[in-house]
Design a protein around this ligand. Structure first.
Ligand code: ADP
Length: 844
């Protein structure tokens, strides 16, 4: 298998990293093990010598130390003992103080709780007494309040009863007066002779006059001696059927008693709704004795109604008039007249008693006063709240007063309580102070006693300690001597130490091998990581590059290189350049296609031109012959054919033929030029006049500029020296410059192209310049450097190839000249500068 660059790189890296690392590790291990062996040997020798020295030194110094220690320990123990004793004394006194303190606290707290108990009981008693006082006082006040409210309610009730009675009396008086006045008036009317004679017409006048004067007569009638109606005066149709029984009863009563009679109130519809009226019947007697008939009337109670309507008790109270059956005769609300009273019915139907009475029904205070003359009753009603508002106000007043008194009482009790608690606390403070003094005295006495006891204890302990110390010091001397005898075993210890160092050496060796292994592992890991890194940064991008190139080489130009990582900037740069190269390749391919198309078109054009040239030459020849013939014919005709029809015809034909001749000549020129242009460029150069080059280029482009409305200005220097060059290539340059100018002026209304030639002297040399200038948009400053690059174009796709200027520049340079974008205030000005031919030849 063939090893690629990437694999060789990886192998190289592995060898470069692993071999020196392995050699280095082996050397280090060898050196370290030698060092370790030498060090261990030295350490063993030194340790044995120091152990011997140490043994001698310990034997001598232990004896001295033992004696010194004995004395020091004795002194130390004595010091410690006295210190401990003094501590003990301190602790004892603290304990006593603490016990006394606790005793004092307990005594104080029990005294305080006792005092607090007394104070609590005192305050509780005070509270109970205050509550008792408050309760009895509020009871008394409540009783007073209730009795006052009851009294006020009774008084109000009596007052309302009285008011209603007064009203009833008033009303009955008015009713009686009205009825009496009606009876008097009707009696007077009944005494009128017309009525006695039963003169109906006159009687009608009289009764009408009466009704006009007194509208409360709703109906007036005249009856004969057999109770037949002779005449009726009424503003409304009288309900005969309803009135008949009433009239009959009144007739009987009147004939029986022999005087005017008044009936019970009846309701009649007078046209404005039901109205209560009083039926009256007055006898008509002749000379005051013989009964001739009667005058009947229905008297309305207008005054009574007005009185009831205007009547008010309080704000919402009102009165009404009802029959004993509950039929409403008068009411403030006119719609209720004639209806049955249901709300206060229980009081009305209690008709047994004819006395005034009062009752509360459904939140209303209802007062009833009978009117016997009408067999009716007057009812005065008022909402209970309103009626007893005074009593309620009185009650709330009382409640307020009671609350104020209660407040005052509470304040007094609070004051007494505060005074009592102040006195109790003062007494408590006094008691506390006395107790403290007693406790302090007791503490002093106890302390003195404890100090005495402590001194005695201290002396006894001193004695005991001394004896114990002597005993223990003797014992430790004996033990130390025994220990010293054991130092003889030190040589054994040294042997053991040697064995230990050997073991240690072996262990160290093992550890070194382990460390080397770990180092190797780390190295391997590092190598692995390095390989991975190389794989990612070199291998993978290279593979991507290779794959992409293979794909592109296979003909897929749409493929671009995409590196899998960004960690390789150089490779990324390579990939970018590669991608740019492919882009350029795509453009070049397109251009190649276009160029090959143009080439075949050129060949075709040259063939077509050749084919066309023949017929054109014939047409031109024929035209020229015809012109000659016509000219001759014209010259032969008298006076040149002027003024005759034939002469005009010949002249016209001559003109047309000349046009054909001119145009065919032009066509031949174009064809000739096309053939010349399509020819391959010659390698050898010849003297070329740039004016001719410009004119030849314009053969192809003049018409195009003209069609687009672009003005063409030609300024050629007449004595222009020739240049040495290949005419077709130079014409190609001028055509490119003119085509760019044409495209730049596309759609511009006042487009103008100037083509100018001149000779220039510069740095002692002669040059020939051809300048193509337009007044288009010009080249933006940031693009000035790029326009000569191959494939750079700003034109729409399909219109520009971006090769025109780059090819032109190349041609200019091949001719030893330059092609520049000159400075121009508006539009663009391209200058082709070539060395003059004489000079060039001279230089060559
Ligand atoms: P192409 O004409 O195919 O675009 P060229 O190399 O001839 O290629 O021109 C390159 C670019 O230079 C044009 O696309 C245009 O942007 C600019 N350029 C050339 N001539 C002119 C001009 N007379 N006025 C303005 N821009 C021009």
């Amino acid at each position: 298998m063939k090893m690629g660059l990437r694999h060789r790189l990886m192998l190289l890296y592995t060898l470069a990293a692993a071999v020196p690392a392995l050699i280095g590790a082996t050397l280090v291990m060898f050196y370290l093990s030698r060092q370790l062996r030498d060090t261990m040997k030295q350490f063993q020798q030194q340790t044995q010598a120091s152990l011997q020295d140490y043994r001698h030194w310990i034997e001598g110094s232990t004896q001295t130390l033992l004696t010194e220690t004995f004395t020091t320990v004795r002194e130390q123990i004595n010091r410690d003992l006295s210190l401990q004793q003094s501590q003990l004394a301190r602790q004892q006194s603290q304990l006593i103080g603490k016990a006394l303190g606790t005793l004092g606290q307990r005594t104080a707290s029990s005294t305080e709780s006792l005092q607090a108990g007394i104070a609590r009981t005192l305050l509780q008693t005070l509270d109970t007494t205050a509550e008792g006082i408050a309760r009895s006082q509020s009871q008394a006040l409540r009783q007073l309040e209730t009795s006052a409210a009851d009294t006020s309610r009774d008084a109000i009730r009596q007052q309302i009863e009285q008011t209603n009675l007064n009203l009833t009396v008033n009303l009955s008086r008015q009713v009686n007066a009205a009825i009496q006045s009606a009876l008097t008036q009707l009696t007077l009317i009944a005494q009128q002779p017309a009525l006695q004679r039963a003169d109906l017409q006159e009687s009608e006048w009289i009764l009408r006059a009466l009704q006009d004067r007194e509208p409360s007569y709703r109906l007036l009638c005249l009856r004969n001696a057999t109770n037949e109606k002779l005449l009726t005066i009424s503003d409304f149709p009288a309900p005969e059927e309803r009135l008949k029984p009433v009239t009959n009863q009144l007739w009987q009563e009147m004939t029986h008693r022999g005087e005017p009679v008044v009936g019970e109130v009846v309701m009649v519809d007078t046209g404005d709704g039901p109205e209560p009226v009083v039926p009256v019947l007055v006898p008509v007697r002749e000379r005051g004795v013989e009964l001739r008939g009667a005058v009947g009337a229905l008297v309305a109670m207008d005054n009574l109604n007005a009185l009831i309507r205007t009547f008010r008790i309080g704000q919402h109270g009102y009165a009404m008039l009802c029959t004993a059956d509950g039929l409403i005769l008068a009411h403030p609300d006119a719609r209720r007249i004639g209806q049955q009273e249901t709300q206060f019915a229980p009081l009305i139907t209690d008709a047994g008693s004819m006395n005034p009475r009062l009752q509360e029904i459904n939140g209303w205070l209802v007062a009833l006063a009978p009117i016997p003359s009408l067999n009716a009753c007057l009812i005065a009603v008022q909402p209970t709240d309103e009626a007893f508002r005074l009593a309620t106000a009185l009650q709330s007043h009382f409640l307020q007063a009671r609350q104020q008194q209660q407040q005052a009482l509470d304040n007094t009790i609070l004051r007494i309580r505060q005074q009592a608690s102040r006195q109790v606390s003062q007494q408590m403070v006094q008691h506390h102070r006395q107790l403290q003094q007693a406790i302090q005295r007791a503490e002093q006495q106890t302390r003195q006693e404890a100090t005495r006891m402590l001194d005695a204890q201290q002396k006894a302990a001193q004695r005991g300690m001394d004896q114990m110390l002597t005993r223990s010091l003797l014992q430790s001397q004996h033990h130390l001597q025994q220990e010293l005898s054991q130092l003889a075993h030190l040589s054994d210890l040294s042997r053991q130490f040697t064995a230990l160092t050997a073991t240690l050496q072996n262990q160290l060796k093992d550890q070194m091998i382990n460390a080397s292994l770990v180092g190797l592992m780390c190295m391997l890991l590092f190598m692995l990581w390095g390989s991975l890194y190389l794989y990612r940064t070199i291998n993978m991008p290279l593979r991507a590059l290779v794959e992409a190139t293979q794909t592109i080489a296979g003909g897929d130009l749409s493929r671009r290189v995409q590196l899998p990582t960004r960690n390789a900037p150089e490779l990324q740069e390579l990939a970018d350049s590669f991608n740019q190269m492919v882009d350029a390749l795509v453009k070049a391919e397109a251009q190649l296609v276009q160029t090959s198309k143009l080439a075949s078109l050129g060949t075709l054009a040259s063939g077509v031109a050749h084919e066309l040239n023949q017929p054109l030459a014939i047409i031109r020849g024929v035209a020229q012959q015809t012109i000659q013939m016509l000219s001759r014919l014209q010259s032969l005709s008298p006076s040149g054919g002027e003024g005759t029809g034939e002469g005009t015809w010949i002249r016209q034909l001559l003109d047309d033929m000349r046009i054909i001749e001119r145009q065919t000549q032009r066509m031949s020129q174009i064809i000739l030029h096309l053939r010349t242009f399509a020819r391959k460029p010659r390698v050898d150069r010849e003297p070329v006049n740039l004016n001719t080059v410009a004119e030849n280029a314009l053969i192809l482009l003049r018409e195009q500029l003209h069609q687009r409305g672009i003005e063409l200005v030609e300024e050629y220097e007449s004595s222009l020296p020739p240049v040495l060059g290949e005419p077709n290539s130079l014409e190609q340059v001028v055509i490119n410059l003119l085509t760019n100018a044409r495209d730049a002026l596309e759609g511009q209304p006042d487009g103008r192209v100037v083509i100018r030639t001149r000779r220039v002297q510069e740095s002692g040399r002669e040059w020939v310049e051809l300048c193509v200038q337009d007044n288009g948009p010009g080249v933006p400053p940031d693009l000035r450097m790029q326009i000569f690059d191959p494939f750079f174009t700003t034109k729409e796709p399909g219109k520009g190839t971006g090769l025109g200027l780059s090819i032109s520049l190349e041609i200019a340079q091949k001719h030893g000249g330059t092609l520049l974008l000159g400075d121009s205030p508006a539009g663009a000005c391209f200058i082709l500068r070539l060395p003059a031919a004489a000079q060039q030849q001279h230089a060559a």
